[in-house]
Design a protein around this ligand. Structure first.
Ligand code: SAM
Length: 286
């Protein structure tokens, strides 16, 4: 595919080159991937530049969640913190936003962006999505922007999401899924490189959420990645090292088989008595 034919794509970077991206390429790749996520530029006004530049998700989960003032939001794989800040705007001064990320550099970056933003009641904790430092039944929303697909043990990550949600709490995860890839990919390709975890299919994702006990699961808003976009994603993830195929080879063969999608779900209310039934009816009508 001609990179210039992709709207908004300012020319393919030299992503087929071997080795990790250098700082300059990394910054360019981050901006390109941030553009792919589809943030509304108006929503980004007034937020710290580093948080905006550091966006490397695949969607805009805050825009797709009806966060209310005063709610508690947990962002899995919070990176440089852009979604934390967008969530903080929505839940207001009475709400709380917590980000979890396993990477120390991301945590430091998010902390300075939170400080620069001036938002109170936003914090990050260094931990894995598979072992959340969050109390049971304590959050109204779990959001994520390409954090769960990077977890090696997704069943455990889904179980943790269920554990920390309040009954009736909701989920909006933007993530990457893959299907029908050539056979060599799962064994030698970026999809299983240790830094990337294992990208699963849309159906496996839905089944995993259901197995963890989540309900009302739906998905939508697919965006199938074009070839240069896939190359950039693989390069940014640092997954091209040590492969038998280059990032460009991977992208050529994977095109059409990798897309981003939103998953929505809810933790069921526990119905013990008549009063809870009224709560369930109210919740269902939201
Ligand atoms: C693709 S980046 C997305 C960052 C951010 N959500 C955004 O939209 O810019 C994924 C983030 O998830 C973190 N991450 C990957 N696997 C994780 C895990 N198992 N537990 C916690 N964080 C993880 C990475 O360190 C990285 O910051």
């Amino acid at each position: 595919m001609d990179p210039d034919s992709t709207p908004g794509w300012p020319g393919e970077p030299d992503v087929a080159a071997a080795g990790r991206p250098n700082r300059c390429e990394r910054s360019m790749l981050e901006s390109l991937v941030g553009m792919l996520a589809g943030y509304d530029p108006e929503d980004l006004v007034g937020l710290p530049t580093d948080a905006v530049k550091g966006a490397s998700g695949c969607g805009t989960p805050v825009a797709f969640s009806d966060l209310l003032q005063g709610e508690v939001v947990l962002d899995l794989g919070s990176g440089a913190g852009l979604d934390l800040l967008l969530a903080a705007r929505k839940v207001g001064p009475t709400g709380t936003v917590i980000g979890v990320d396993q990477d120390e550099i991301s945590i430091d970056r998010a902390r300075s962006n939170i400080a620069a933003s001036g938002f109170d009641k936003v914090e990050v904790r260094r931990a894995s999505c598979q072992d959340l430092p969050i109390a049971d039944r304590s959050v109204d929303w779990v959001i994520s922007n390409r954090g769960v697909s990077l977890s090696v043990n997704k069943a455990q990550a889904f179980a943790e999401i269920h554990r920390v949600l309040k009954p009736g709490g909701r989920v909006c995860l933007a993530d990457i899924v893959a299907e029908g890839l050539p056979e060599w990919m799962p064994t030698c390709g970026p999809m299983v490189a240790p830094s990337c975890g294992v990208v699963i299919s849309e159906q496996a994702y839905v089944s995993g959420l259901a197995a963890a006990g989540l309900a009302d699961i739906r998905h939508g808003g697919r965006y199938v990645f074009a070839e240069p976009e896939l190359t950039a994603l693989v390069r940014l993830a640092g997954c091209a090292d040590g492969l038998t195929h280059s990032a460009a080879d991977f992208a050529r063969e994977a095109v059409g088989g990798v897309w981003s999608v939103y998953f929505f779900a809810r933790k069921p209310l526990e119905i013990h008595q008549e009063g809870d039934m009224q709560d369930k009816k109210k919740e269902d009508s939201r």
